[in-house]
Design a protein around this ligand. Structure first.
Ligand code: ATP
Ligand code: MG
Ligand code: MG
Ligand code: MG
Length: 355
């Protein structure tokens, strides 16, 4: 009577590869006494493929073997459907674990499908996922909750295309360089640039607009980067804070995944008071978006005066065994496998509460 956990990974987002790595790590660490693991690798077209081989095939840019599987948006099936030349078969699944980063995975869309199918799934629901993914909405909720943030402005594509010179003027006057330009819905620093002059700002907009119609521009700060892991549904706990020391000018895609010279300091060298303040803010941020399950909350801490700003929340943070989210729990006394078990328990509890 082991439970079958389906790991959903890959997907149509700019964070496809990162997700495959996270899923491999989770598959390797799930307690096999308790769980059977089923990999569902979603390709760049959005088709769902079954089995561990599918990850390897997709990593090589090849189509997986077999027939794709489907989750029907209707309750009561308790699993997946596979259409074959002979007809169709049902593949039972008890719990779904979205290990997807970015659009279509972390933004509430897949959560909506799982809600319609009425199956338990790990992590945040539709609302929290959507609010956490969209940096514009997220910032509104944070400010509503009284969490301090760096000055920022949201710019829509149309606005930029029609009147970029007035947008630039406003940004220069009200915020000033250096500016960080980000697609509103993305992660892993994909599409993010730092701009220190007008020319760079224009290039930064062009880059961000490749990924989204909505762009968030922020004041660039000289700050330490601190992250806190959050876990829970109704009762939420926060891990000890960790610090990232990026090897590049900022923690860009290369510094995150390609260059291995970025360092994680766990625990972050902070005073007890600073740590507690950060933990409290992380929990507040999680509640502000109506989070359940897990999230990683990212902060900036002014290098000169220690002032803290919240940067963002990630409802499906990187999840390899060396990723910050599980490492912070590890150092807070909750190992990787136990953490996965707890996340599945939280998913089941939340599902039961809804019935
Ligand atoms: P994640 O992979 O954490 O989800 P993301 O794509 O959502 O990343 P952010 O965390 O907002 O992006 O920014 C990525 C990195 O860019 C930060 O870790 C930091 O190094 C740098 N950065 C972002 N905004 C600022 C800012 N306002 N001032 C200084 N550095 C910044
Ligand atoms: Mg993010
Ligand atoms: Mg992210
Ligand atoms: Mg971040």
């Amino acid at each position: 009577n082991k439970k079958k956990v389906a790991l959903l990974c890959g997907g149509r987002s700019g964070e496809h590869e990162v997700s495959l790595v996270s899923a491999n790590a989770i598959a390797g660490a799930l307690d096999r006494e308790r769980y059977d693991v089923l990999i569902i690798a979603i390709d760049r077209q959005g088709k769902w493929w079954l089995g561990e081989h599918a990850i390897a095939r997709m990593q090589k840019g090849e189509e997986p073997y077999g027939d794709p599987v489907h989750l029907l948006p209707e309750p009561g099936r308790q699993g997946l459907i596979r259409l074959t030349a002979q007809g169709w078969e049902e593949i039972p699944v008890q719990i779904f674990f979205p290990v997807l980063h970015g659009p279509n995975g972390e933004d509430g869309t897949i959560q909506g499908l799982l809600e319609l199918a009425n199956v338990p799934y790990v992590g945040c629901g539709v609302l929290a996922s959507a609010c956490g993914m969209d940096k514009g909405i997220m910032k509104m909720l944070f400010s509503q909750a009284g969490l301090s943030q760096v000055p920022y402005q949201v710019v829509q594509r149309l606005q930029w295309e029609k009147e970029s010179s007035s947008v630039i003027e406003t940004l220069e006057e009200s915020i000033g360089y250096p500016l960080f330009v980000k697609p509103a819905n993305m992660g892993s620093s994909v599409g993010i640039s730092k701009a220190s002059n007008r020319q760079a700002l224009q290039e930064a907009f062009a880059e961000a607009l490749l990924y989204d119609n909505k762009v968030v521009v922020e004041k660039g700060v000289e700050a330490r980067e601190i992250e806190v892991s959050v876990l829970g549904n109704n009762e939420v706990s926060a891990s000890i804070p960790g610090e990232i020391v990026p090897c590049n000018d900022f923690y860009d895609y290369t510094a995150k995944y390609i260059d291995d010279r970025s360092r994680l300091l766990i625990p972050a060298p902070l005073t007890q008071e600073e740590s507690e303040a950060l933990q409290q803010m992380a929990i507040q941020a999680f509640k502000a978006i109506d989070g359940t399950g897990l999230a990683r909350v990212d902060f900036f801490m002014d290098k000169k005066n220690g002032q803290i700003w919240i940067n963002e929340i990630n409802t499906l943070p990187g999840f390899t065994s060396i990723s910050m989210y599980p490492k912070l729990w590890q150092s807070s006394g909750l190992g990787y496998s136990d953490l996965l078990h707890r996340l599945i328990e939280l998913a089941e509890e939340r599902h039961q509460e809804k019935q």
